[in-house]
Ligand binder design. Structure first.
Ligand code: GCU
Length: 344
């Protein structure tokens, strides 16, 4: 972590230098209009270069460069080099980082309506989820909801795998097997409540700290998709992976509103038009990456258990879902999901 913090501080230092050199006062970009100036957006990512979201962002950068005659491109900083999602989102808000991928629960504290897509057993399938996220009549309000308060614009919502519980002790078949297990969750109230309802002890923390906490026994387990389980080597220290299938939480591609609005209109339009293609690429890639990750974890000796009483976990968490859908806006989002579930 120390090395990461130093790297983040260095990057921040370079940013400050670059800014004073540009002298445009708009952090991280937005000055692409005149004099052939070239702006490279910095996109923060908390996973590895192998992840399809990394590849999609790289591709997006190349296409953006072409579409804007070289005025804009994207550099992706993987592996939390710019900081954890909780830290970096503040930098996107103040415009010192241009873009990032961020998990839904982190946005809950800015606008509680984001909770709907972070609730257990909300989406039946990646297809249903993609249908909802592609519909701007459903998503438009959420996407712009942080612009005034946080200066953050949501560009797109992505499939981020199906999350399951894993731990160092035993396979999980029913909520009773979760008793006394300290399970890492993402940092939000909904995630803490969810693990409590599933029968475990919730421990919220950033993704980068999980491996060490598992290794030292501070945590017994965590919950995530197969890609994180393998890529971050959690499979070495918590080898029982059980298909609770309790969450399909989206990641969002977000951008500093100040930087986005500082782009010339045609360039901004070009960027916005390229986003759905990047989302599709990342979503398709993730399904294959999850399957490959499972195989790789099995080879290291991890045990996958699909004998899980999913209905019991669903019943145990239904109170959280009901209590969270408590405004007309959240109800409308939930209705849209149910409609997509029925059709997909
Ligand atoms: C997923 C998700 C990340 C998130 C991570 C986590 O892998 O794609 O955005 O940070 O889970 O659990 O923290």
């Amino acid at each position: 972590m120390q090395a990461k913090k130093i790297a983040a501080a260095l990057v921040a230092g370079f940013t400050a230098l670059a800014l004073s050199a540009c002298g445009n006062g708009i952090a991280g970009g937005g000055s692409g209009s005149g004099g052939g100036a070239k702006t490279t957006f910095r996109l923060a990512f908390n996973q590895t270069e192998k992840h399809p979201q990394y590849k999609a962002a790289e591709e997006l950068g190349k296409k953006l460069e072409k579409a804007t005659d070289g005025r804009y491109s994207i550099e992706v900083f993987a592996n939390e080099t710019l900081g954890s999602q909780n830290e970096v989102v503040q930098n996107v808000s103040d415009g010192t980082v241009d873009m990032m991928y961020i998990a839904g629960p982190v946005l809950e504290s800015f606008n509680k309506d984001f909770i709907v897509f972070n609730l257990p057993y909300m989406f039946d399938s990646p297809e249903a989820q993609a249908k909802v996220f592609a519909d701007d009549a459903v998503m438009g309000g959420l996407k712009t909801s942080l612009e005034d308060s946080k200066k953050i614009t949501v560009l797109g919502a992505l499939h981020a795998g199906t999350r399951n519980v894993y731990n160092a002790k035993h396979a999980i078949k029913s909520p009773a097997d979760m008793a006394n297990l300290k399970i890492r969750v993402q940092q939000s109230d909904s995630q803490v409540q969810m693990i409590k309802d599933m029968g475990g002890v919730a421990s919220p923390m950033g993704q980068g700290e999980v491996y060490t906490a598992l290794q030292s026994g501070v945590l017994d387990g965590a919950e995530n998709n197969e890609t994180v389980f393998n890529a971050l080597k959690h499979d070495e220290v918590a080898k029982y992976y059980s298909y609770t299938r309790h969450l399909m939480i989206p990641d969002y591609l977000v951008m500093s509103t100040t930087v986005l609005k500082g782009m010339p209109e045609a360039d901004r339009k070009a960027l916005l038009e390229l986003v759905p293609g990047a989302v599709d690429q990342a979503n398709t890639g993730l399904l294959q990456y999850a399957a490959d990750s499972k195989k790789a974890s099995q080879e290291t000796g991890a045990k996958f258990n699909d004998d899980v009483d999913v209905a019991a976990f669903k019943a145990a968490t239904s109170g959280l879902v009901k209590a969270s859908i408590n405004t007309p806006v959240r109800q409308a989002l939930c209705d849209a999901v149910q409609k997509a579930n029925a059709k997909a």
